[in-house]
Design a binder for this molecule. Structure first.
Ligand SMILES: NC(=O)c1ccc[n+]([C@@H]2O[C@H](COP(=O)([O-])OP(=O)(O)OC[C@H]3O[C@@H](n4cnc5c(N)ncnc54)[C@H](OP(=O)(O)O)[C@@H]3O)[C@@H](O)[C@H]2O)c1
Length: 338
């Protein structure tokens, strides 16, 4: 029995491209919401209905939502920089106002259920404790504008739930896996590693989720998630040393020559930060103070709630790196080693 058409926003992104393929494999009728003129090839050859809308345009979003029974709202402006005032406004309008537009349209057009993609950056953190759904976001930490907006996104989902909409938050950790067309920050690290261009790294650690697992998590959240609840989906924690070892195993390339001392890099990143952004206000770079800080936090995530309530069973990080590498090779983004 068909459950009706499903809308995916952010379908050209890393998460969305994995989710759309998973939904099509399940036999779903999929509509994707795209920005006009920004086709990056992520959906080439897929049997999906394409509708153009920018999240900041409420009427266009409403037209994309109309006629769909379920909505996966994955689109967001993922940003790893402080940026200038205009950039902050763009992140806010896309992530917070854009989510309001999706949720309001869903309520207006009688959508059965919405899954909103969340981020671990919007979940509470305590040293030496794996973050879980009940930990409150601590606003006085040094968050990036993106992290604040993802926190506000959850707030908007809760508001919509209070207003009677069936809405669940599916929280992602750092995604590793195939169909990374943008490519993501982590994807770029793998590409550089495979080409022997990653000469240095900073030790630390983070919680990762495979493309396969985060797509599965979204589907489970849609099927079984309780409205107004948030579920964290992760695959495994890995230190940067462990991640580099996986990259070496998968690519056959040697480890980067330099393992940089975190305190020195933190001081260097802080020192160069102001000058960099004065010259290049919105250009991303690898060793930002936020990136160095995040790796030193060694954030872990607890996915017990998803396991218990949704039957979530994560796969593994090695297969995620293998799939990411093979997909980059297949598309010619990574050149094979001789
Ligand atoms: N990747 C991660 O490690 C990670 C970790 C935690 C949480 N998340 C969350 O997971 C979700 C998906 O992230 P991702 O990694 O897939 O991001 P991504 O690869 O950067 O893709 C972002 C998607 O959002 C779309 N988008 C951006 N601005 C838009 C706008 N104004 N109107 C319409 N669409 C817009 C992009 O479309 P265009 O092609 O037009 O740019 C793209 O499809 C986000 O909610 C993010 O916060 C991701």
């Amino acid at each position: 029995m068909s459950l009706g058409r499903v809308l995916v926003t952010g379908a050209t992104g890393h998460l969305g491209a994995n989710l759309v393929r998973r939904l099509l494999a399940d036999g779903e009728e999929v509509r994707v919401m795209l920005r006009a003129g920004r086709d990056n090839g992520a959906l080439a050859g897929l049997d999906v209905e394409r509708v153009h809308a920018d999240l900041r345009d409420e009427d266009a979003v409403a037209a994309a939502v109309k006629g769909c029974a379920r909505v996966y709202h994955c689109a967001a402006l993922v940003s790893t920089i402080q940026g200038n005032a205009a950039h902050k406004r763009q992140v806010f309008d896309t992530n917070v106002r854009g989510t309001i537009h999706v949720l309001r349209s869903a309520a207006r057009h009688g959508v059965d259920k919405v899954v909103v993609s969340g981020s671990l950056s919007a979940t509470g953190y305590e040293p030496d404790l794996a973050s879980h759904e009940e930990m409150p976001f601590y606003p006085f930490e040094r968050h990036l504008p993106y992290g604040f907006t993802k926190h506000l996104t959850e707030h908007e989902a809760l508001r919509a739930h209070a207003g009677g909409l069936n809405v669940v938050v599916a929280t992602s950790c750092a995604i590793v896996g195939p169909h990374d067309y943008v490519p993501s920050r982590l994807g770029r690290v793998l590409i550089d590693y495979a080409h022997g261009r990653l000469r240095a790294y900073i030790p630390g650690g983070f919680e990762f989720v495979s493309g396969r697992d985060i797509a599965e998590g979204h589907v489970l959240a849609m099927r079984h998630g309780r409205s107004g609840q948030k579920y964290i989906f992760s695959t495994a924690y890995a230190s940067v040393d462990e991640l580099m070892a996986l990259y070496r195993q998968v690519t056959g390339r040697p480890l980067p020559r330099f393992r940089l001392p975190p305190p020195l890099m933190a001081a260097f990143a802080e020192l160069t930060d102001k000058t960099w952004y004065r010259v290049f206000p919105n250009r991303p770079r690898r060793f930002t103070p936020a990136a160095v800080r995040l790796l030193q936090m060694r954030r872990r995530a607890n996915h017990d709630k998803a396991r218990r309530e949704l039957g979530y069973r994560p796969t593994g990080l090695l297969s995620a790196v293998e799939e990411a590498y093979e997909d980059f090779l297949r598309r010619g983004v990574i050149r094979p080693t001789n």
